[in-house]
Design a protein around this ligand. Sequence first.
Ligand code: NAP
Ligand code: G4F
Length: 333
Amino acid sequence: MTSEPKRALITGITGQDGSYLAEWLLDQGYEVHGLVSRTSRPALGRLAVVEGRIVLTTGDLLDQGSLVRALETSRPHEVYNLAAQSFVPTSWSEPVSTAEVTALGVARLLEALRHVCPEARFYQASTSEMFGKASPPQSETTPFHPRSPYGVAKIYAHWATVNHRESYGTFACSGLLFNHESPRRGEEFVTRKVTRAVARIHLGLQSDLRLGNMDARRDWGHAKDFVRAMWLMLQQDEPRDYVIATGVTHTVEQLVDTAFRCVDRDWHDHVVQDPALLRPAEVDHLVGDATRAREELGWAPKITFADMIREMVDYDLASCARDAQLPVLPPTL
Ligand code: NAP
Ligand code: G4F
């Protein structure tokens, strides 16, 4: 007798993490459903790797009825809420729409969950941006001090998740994830902006790279490692919140240096610091203490920072050359 597969609904499936999580869950034997908006088409490219193997449902965190319908259709055992307005600078230019999606969107989804499938397990994509100004290393017990409207919205979503668990006994977890990157990272985030620029400079398609604060420190891991942690949280006996981080921090300048070295170039010849790219308030230093995740989930990252940057530069070299119809030359030529 064959048992029915577990079903998961992923919001934000067209994003970086959504695509890796969909792959991971398919590998675990899940039936994977994804929430997409009517305007998601440009981002669907990330899902090429899982095309034909997932079920897409239209819906939006701004629209309560669409969330109810998505849950009724997919009847999930697990819901992963990855959808958000996730780019920090946009949260200053659009603080209200950021709050509508990133904060209130979670309240709408939790309410829908409570009525349609209260037994489903729930994962909320929380972030190290919530720690903001708090001194490193940051752990589950570090008090929040957000430095952007995005961080503020994510704190609402975090507490909405915790409160839902405490009020209704929901199996709801908040994953406090530090920065994680990959070749599927959006091009506006600093790692991908840098690796794409390195590729384009090496191919002669661009001469310089404009950046803001190069002193900021981030704890950068690989998205592939981090989505595994999301899944592990929902497989435990009891729901808890976990910091997920590598415990290793680099400055933006070290990131830039690592990426330019991949093509044997000196970043000083190409990088221009642009005051227009500085933020109204900065998060200076993030480094996570993931002891709880290591001890309770058995989670540890497998991919190093240097290997990840190399993978991203190689990917961007190939894709930029393909787009420009150029041959890819070895870095030393
Ligand atoms: P991402 O690439 O920016 O993806 C965001 C996703 O949210 C996209 O699929 C987007 O869909 C969807 N979305 C935006 N507005 C929506 C709405 N109104 N209704 C439904 N879906 C909507 O983000 P990511 O890097 O994969 O991150 C995943 C989650 O983890 C986010 O919540 C982010 O805030 C959080 N997080 C990320 C990191 C990190 O370092 N990557 C660290 C901590 C936490 P379309 O583009 O198709 O509209
Ligand atoms: O890559 P970033 O834009 O990521 P940020 O702000 O840390 O946020 C990301 O990680 C969070 C987890 O901590 C997520 F919750 C969030 O959704 C997002 O995925 O910027 C990283 C650092 C910042 O200090 C920024 O000031 O890089 C600095 N930076 C310097 N020049 C730049 C640039 N960032 C961007 N995007 N573009 C620049 O030109």
